[in-house]
Design a protein around this ligand. Structure first.
Ligand code: PMP
Length: 360
């Protein structure tokens, strides 16, 4: 067996330890003689497993008591609709447009109400986070929406907009659990699991209790009401049990590592290795404003499409997978999520150094 260094933006690398544990438990989970996949979601075993996962997540993020944790389906994309359907009492929302996923949320929101784009970095291909000072939010906006880490473009909000008493909604799909955050600053945090937390099929929603009401837009399907999922402990219908099980194992892995402070240190160290090299290199360069750099997704280019293609090809042959950048950005992108070992980043930089020397 040979594991490669997988720099995919998602679905992405998971901790090897978690995968091994899951493999060991595949045929017989905790003496039940069944796998987690074969068990009723109403069984005590699964109920216990889901509650434990939620509690571990609560511990990791220090989630305040007045916030609820939901394990849902439909990916982060479904939240683009669930947020307006559940929260748009005035049918108005203020959005910051910082990339493709932010833009998709804007388009979806427009199906339900008026969307004001209060700031945008589209003018420079989303290579920076707009100035957050003096943003003008609309009086009647039901919430303010951001995409906290822009997976494709490699930027991240290092500060939050001052939204007063408006709920701040954050798509954290690509940096969830990469560092500690203050949950109380948000109305809703949501994250598709398949980057930092687990397999595709689970979306985690952390939502302030008072935002969960029966007062949703007319015609909102039962399955898209936060209240329904809260009242049924994330098991209104059959939940994505296996995905939640893996997420639970990742939460335990993070706890064992020392929690999110420890994870942040490692992530900062990993990102610095790559960014420092990019800043010093005569061949490669990063594509975003330094102050807004993501710790998770690192896009870079050589400036020559030919050389980019050669690099991606040779990197793949050397065991560095999925380094091709997103089609609208081009070049390369290394996603260095929590589970990417520091050695993976060191080896990548070593490979880049060698490539640079050979292709002067
Ligand atoms: N938001 C962000 C920031 C993402 O990176 C992605 C997926 N790449 C999505 C939303 C969409 O997620 P999903 O495929 O789970 O709907």
């Amino acid at each position: 067996m040979k594991r490669v260094y997988n720099f995919s933006a998602g679905p992405a690398v998971l901790p090897e330890e978690v995968l091994r544990e899951a493999a060991e438990e595949m045929l017989d989970y905790q003496g039940t003689g069944m796998s987690v996949m074969e068990m009723s979601h109403r069984s005590k075993t699964i109920e216990g497993m889901m509650n434990e996962a939620a509690q571990d997540l609560r511990d990791l993020l220090k989630v305040p008591d007045n916030y609820k944790i939901l394990f849902l389906q439909g990916g982060a994309s479904q939240q683009f609709a669930m947020v307006p359907m559940n929260l748009m009492k005035n049918r108005v929302a203020d959005h910051l447009n910082t990339g493709q996923w932010a833009k998709k949320a804007i388009s979806e929101g427009k199906l339900y109400g008026k969307i004001n784009v209060v700031a945008s970095s589209e003018d420079q291909n989303y290579s920076y986070i707009p100035d957050l000072k003096d943003l003008k939010f609309s009086e009647e906006a039901d919430y303010v929406y951001i995409c906290h880490n822009n997976t494709i473009f490699g930027t991240k909000f290092n500060e939050l907009p001052e939204v007063g008493d408006k709920p701040l909604i954050a798509d954290m799909s690509s940096d969830f659990l990469s560092e500690p955050i203050d949950v109380s600053q948000y109305g809703i945090i949501f994250a598709g699991a398949q980057k930092n937390v687990g397999p595709a099929g689970v979306v985690i929603v952390i939502i302030r209790e008072d935002l969960i009401t029966e007062d949703v837009l007319p015609g909102t399907p039962t399955m898209l009401k936060y209240k329904v999922h809260l009242d049924n402990n994330s098991a209104y219908n059959t939940p994505p049990v296996y995905g939640i099980y893996i997420c639970g194992k990742v939460f335990k892995w993070l706890k064992k590592l020392g929690g999110l402070e420890a994870m942040q240190k490692i992530n900062e160290e990993k990102a610095a290795i790559l960014y420092d090299y990019l800043d010093a290199s005569a061949m490669f360069r990063g594509t975003v404003a330094k102050k807004d750099r993501s710790l998770m997704n690192v896009p870079f280019v050589t400036g020559s499409e030919e050389l980019d293609a050669k690099f991606i090809k040779e990197a793949k042959a050397a065991g560095f997978e999925n380094l091709k950048g997103y089609r609208t950005v081009g070049g390369m992108r290394a996603s260095i999520y929590n589970a990417m070992p520091i050695q993976g980043v060191k080896d990548l930089v070593e490979f880049m150094r060698k490539f640079e020397a050979e292709n002067k």
